[in-house]
Structures are given as structure tokens and as C-alpha cells.
Design a protein around this ligand. Structure first.
Ligand code: ASP
Length: 329
């Protein structure tokens, strides 16, 4: 039995809009993160697998409208929602992922079925939905993913005719003063927030797993796929090194193969989890303007949660200890 069992989660990274700070909004985020961590913690404390812990944590994050995954996902340029998710088992290196699904209520559960019941790793669009339907997963109308806050965010993006991923502080300040605040209850400005959710875990049996799920970026072109469902970019797990889930400007995380790079640096350079993750987030990604962060855990139960933005919704929990959550630096 491994006594270092731990689960870590994230709910996206981004630029803090200080004027949007309210104590009650912050409390809502901490409460949501704590509830998800407690659920994951229970799975681990009961001897459940890391794979079960990350599936359950990400499923709950998908159901929570505060985060951009599942219910509460951002809008595409066509005013629809297209969801991506991936999951990986560090014990076997088996992985499953789906992308561009529109009606699967919990994309992470579909990804898990791909891992467990398919010889393939990644399904897209109609094929992914046909697979999920054959597996008996719950389907919803695309409007189930709607929320007023994301709708306002999309309208703002449409006015500016661009996907919302601008982290320039000057632009941010100018925009903030020129418009009505779209979602005053979010501590991190949702227009500059990379909204993805993810979980990584080490179970009492010494195995690692990772899962990541997202609605992508606001006003993204229909059919656009980011790093989230790509094994090695947005999600990776190998018992020999670590489990990683990322959030940020997906195109840059893809180009850096960010999640796998953390594992590869541990394997090839024999550096610690923290050193490898820090190098990817603080040195390598910024070279191509990659903004965001990641969560990672290694086989000894070390946890690291680095990000190069002003904030990242995040937390971790070990069985028997109170969950720790944080938003800002
Ligand atoms: N990485 C995600 C994507 O590009 C977005 C995010 O993390 O918010 O789809």
C-alpha cells in the first residue's frame, strides 16, 4: 500500500481581473474545488484506482457550471458547444480521448470508455458520439451546456471578432474600462481565462492517472481542436514518471507536447517532478507565447501546480487531510 496517495485538480488558468474580485465569488470557487477534491479523496481512501479518482473528479467538474467543461462550456463561433476530453492510465499506458462532441453529457466518461472498450485511442465528432451512444452514455441537447455567463462572454468575443485569448495587460485594462463587466462573479476574468478542467492522482496501489476536459476557447472556429484530447499535449500518465493535466493556450501546448515533456524530462534528464514541470511552464512554453499551467503528481506523491498566468483554479488532497485549494499566486 502506498501511503502517499493524492489527487490534484485544476479548473483553468488565466488573468485575474482584480475589479471582479468578490469574497463570495472566491468562496464559491473554493467550495466547488473542495467538494470535487473531497470526492476524489474518498475514492482513493476506499482503495479505488487513480483512474477512478480522476474520472470522478473530472465528471464533477464537468457538471459544475463555474468551469469551462461540460455544463458551462464556452461557445464556438457558430454559437454551439464542442467538447474535448482525454484520460490516461499510468499503470498500462492505455489512453482514451474524444473531441468535437456536441451531445455527450460527460465527455470524460466517453474518453474512459474509449480507453477501456476500444482498440483505438481518439474518436472525433459523429464517430465519437456514435461510440458513446453504443456504450449507453447519457446524451443531452447541445443547449444543456449553455450558461448566461459564457453566452455574454461569447457575444463580447463576437464584437471583437476574435477568439478570446488575449493576455496583454494593457488590452485587458482598456477593454475592462470600455465595456460592461460580462461576468462580475468570476475572480479570474473569463475572457482571458483558459478554461479547462483536469485531475491527476496517485492511488494507494502506487498507480498514476490523468484526465482533462474542456469546451475549448470562446469563439473558436467550428472543428477546432486544442491540446486537451491529445495524449502527450493536454494529458499524460506513466507510472514510471508522472501524471499531468494541462490548461492554457492549446495550440502552444500542442506544439510543445507539454504534458509529455514533463514526463520525458524526468525520464531522460533525471530531474524532479517540480523541476521538469517548472521548466515546461516557466521556460519552454513562454518561448512561443504559451500561457497557462499544469498540475502533476509523481509516483512518490509529490505534487506540483505551476502556472505562468496570474491565477489558476487548483487544489490537492491526500486521504485523511483537509483539501488545499488556491486561485491566485
Ligand atoms: N487548452 C484548452 C484548449 O486549447 C483551453 C484551456 O485550457 O482553457 O482547448
Amino acid at each position: 500500500m502506498n501511503s502517499n496517495a493524492v489527487i490534484a485538480i485544476h479548473g483553468g488558468a488565466g488573468t485575474i481581473l482584480r475589479s471582479a474580485l468578490s469574497a463570495s465569488a472566491e468562496a464559491d470557487y473554493h467550495a466547488a474545488l473542495t467538494a470535487v477534491l473531497s470526492a476524489g479523496q474518498r475514492v482513493l481512501a476506499d482503495g479505488g484506482s487513480a483512474l477512478d479518482a480522476v474520472s470522478e473528479a473530472v465528471r464533477l467538474l464537468e457538471d459544475c457550471p463555474l468551469f469551462n467543461a461540460g455544463h458551462g462550456a464556452v461557445y464556438t463561433s457558430a454559437g454551439t458547444h464542442e467538447l474535448d476530453a482525454a484520460i490516461m492510465d499510468g499503470r498500462t499506458l492505455e489512453a482514451g480521448a474524444i473531441c468535437c462532441v456536441k451531445r455527450v453529457r460527460n465527455p470524460v466518461l466517453a474518453a474512459r470508455r474509449v480507453l477501456e472498450r476500444s482498440e483505438h485511442v481518439l474518436f472525433t465528432g459523429d464517430g465519437a458520439e456514435a461510440f458513446a451512444a453504443a456504450q449507453g452514455l447519457e446524451f443531452v441537447d447541445n443547449s444543456y451546456f449553455d450558461t448566461d455567463a459564457r453566452y455574454r462572454q461569447w457575444q463580447l468575443a463576437c464584437e471583437q471578432q476574435r477568439p478570446m485569448l488575449d493576455h496583454d495587460g494593457a488590452t485587458l485594462a482598456a477593454n475592462a474600462s470600455n465595456r460592461q463587466e460580462p461576468t462580475p462573479h468570476e475572480p479570474i476574468d473569463p475572457n482571458r481565462k483558459f478554461g479547462t478542467v483536469g485531475a491527476v492522482a496517485l492511488d494507494v496501489h502506487g498507480h498514476l492517472a490523468a484526465a482533462t476536459s474542456t469546451g475549448g476557447v470562446t469563439n473558436k472556429q467550428v472543428g477546432r481542436v486544442g491540446d486537451t484530447p491529445l495524449i502527450g499535449a493536454g494529458c499524460y500518465a506513466d507510472d514510471a514518471t508522472c501524471a499531468v493535466s494541462t490548461t492554457g493556450s492549446g495550440e502552444m501546448f500542442m506544439r510543445m507536447v507539454a504534458a509529455y515533456d514533463v514526463a520525458a524530462q524526468m525520464a531522460y534528464r533525471a530531474v524532479s517532478l517540480d523541476e521538469a514541470a517548472h521548466d515546461v511552464v516557466m521556460n519552454r512554453l513562454p518561448k512561443i507565447d504559451g500561457r497557462g499551467g499544469l498540475i502533476a503528481v509523481d509516483a512518490r506523491g509529490n505534487v506540483t501546480l505551476p502556472f505562468n498566468t496570474e491565477g489558476m483554479y487548483r487544489g490537492f488532497a491526500r486521504p485523511g487531510a483537509a483539501p488545499v485549494t488556491a486561485i491566485y499566486r
